[in-house]
Ligand binder design. Structure first.
Ligand SMILES: NC(=O)C1=CN([C@@H]2O[C@H](COP(=O)(O)OP(=O)(O)OC[C@H]3O[C@@H](n4cnc5c(N)ncnc54)[C@H](OP(=O)(O)O)[C@@H]3O)[C@@H](O)[C@H]2O)C=CC1
Ligand SMILES: C[C@H]1O[C@H](OP(=O)(O)OP(=O)(O)OC[C@H]2O[C@@H](n3cnc4c(=O)[nH]c(N)nc43)[C@H](O)[C@@H]2O)[C@@H](O)[C@@H](O)C1=O
Length: 328
């Protein structure tokens, strides 16, 4: 991406979108196209197409989505499937009409089967039943991958789908119930410390394993992928199964390649916050997928690795949580 080419970052005020903007600005990109949800509702296909026709972005990072943790996904499946299908359909189709050169669609590791082999390679897509707590969201994301693949096959576009593992970092959603586990635990441990409470309740059994990637690393991976030279970018676009007989969607996992149990994570967050009370488990809350570890060999072969340790990332995230509380 040249520094003067126009780049649309959809969802630029979110966890990942804001990190992508910081990363692009640090690299000197001068023509970022940014619209808030209020300025442009990406579920509105006509408005999205008009925006693309007027602004003609060359590159698109599709980081706008309806996003939430395990309980939000489980409680509002209709919202998750409807909004995500609508956003990605509007943006991918408008990008094609406007002649966008490259588009990066962000999915999620929950697209893979609940009992996928660990670590999960891209090739295990569509090989088994999904985790029920986020099946609606996962199916929307799978449809997004298929859309990228279909537009590439039919229209010769270059749309790549990147599947991030669980993310956290500056600008996260710290809602007590709708958020993901790291922002939720930062809030819970911090509030228990400041109120002098004897224990913190962690959902589920503590046994599920998760892999956590800092949003700044995620943004770095996204920009790395979009900057790959043509031949290496195109190698990630897979192949047309009708012609090759091979199931190779335009898909790349983004993760760190290591995971921890939720109990280990809770202990790390407890130490990060400096809370000295006990941890108790609420087994009435869902565990979700038992394990979700990405096979990141495809991305590593392309030349990218994560650089932030979980301990450093948690310290950064806790500082961000404190800053966001101070602004309230
Ligand atoms: N966070 C995580 O752990 C993971 C995230 N992902 C994926 O990464 C991507 C980014 O997620 P993340 O940054 O965490 O999400 P956030 O919720 O932090 O940000 C999403 C952004 O999309 C915007 N948005 C939502 N709906 C619309 C709409 N209809 N029109 C315009 N803008 C809209 C939001 O704006 P507003 O807030 O104003 O509605 C927000 O700025 C998503 O595709 C997500 O599925 C994948 C795996 C894990
Ligand atoms: C990124 C991913 O995010 C969602 O899936 P998930 O991996 O299950 O994400 P989570 O962060 O919400 O939970 C991880 C684990 O942590 C446990 N847990 C403990 N205590 C809290 C807690 O207080 N809050 C939350 N949210 N979880 C907790 C929780 O019970 C679970 O075992 C998908 O729906 C989907 O959106 C998706 O793609």
């Amino acid at each position: 991406m040249d520094l003067d080419e126009s780049i649309f970052v959809a969802g630029h005020r979110g966890l990942v979108g804001s990190a992508i903007v910081r990363r692009l600005q640090a690299a000197g990109h001068r023509r970022l196209l940014l619209r808030t949800h209020a300025e442009l509702d990406l579920t509105d296909a006509a408005a999205t197409r008009a925006f693309f026709a007027a602004e003609r972005p060359r590159h698109v990072f599709l980081a706008a989505a309806k996003v939430g943790g395990i309980v939000a996904n489980n409680d509002f499946p209709a919202d998750f499937i409807r909004e995500n299908l609508a956003i990605q359909t509007s943006v991918i189709d408008a990008a094609w009409h406007a002649g966008v050169e490259r588009l990066l669609f962000l999915g999620s590791s929950c697209i893979y089967p609940k009992h996928a082999p660990q670590p999960m390679p891209e090739s295990c897509l569509l090989t088994g039943p999904l985790e029920p707590t986020n099946r609606a969201y996962a199916l929307a994301k799978i449809a997004g991958i298929e859309m990228c693949w279909s537009y590439n096959r039919q229209h010769g576009t270059r749309y790549l789908a990147a599947m991030p593992t669980n993310l956290y970092g500056a600008g996260d959603n710290y809602h007590p119930t709708n958020s993901h586990v790291i922002p939720a635990l930062l809030r819970k441990f911090h509030e228990a410390k400041t109120r002098g409470e004897p224990s913190v309740t962690v959902w589920g059994s503590g046994t599920p394993r998760r892999e956590f990637l800092c949003s700044d690393d995620m943004a770095d991976a996204c920009v790395f992928l979009m900057n790959l030279p043509d031949e290496r970018f195109d190698a990630l676009l897979g192949s047309d199964e009708a012609k090759t007989g091979r199931f190779e969607p335009p898909l790349v996992n983004v993760g760190v390649g290591e995971d921890v149990t939720i109990a280990e994570l809770a202990e790390l967050v407890r130490r990060t916050v400096g809370y000295e009370g006990a941890i108790v488990y609420d087994r009435s809350k869902p565990d979700g997928t038992p394990r979700k570890l990405m096979d990141v060999s495809r991305l590593a072969a392309a030349g990218w690795r994560a650089s932030t340790t979980l301990a450093d990332g948690l310290a950064l995230a806790y500082r961000d949580f404190l800053a966001s509380e101070a602004r309230r």
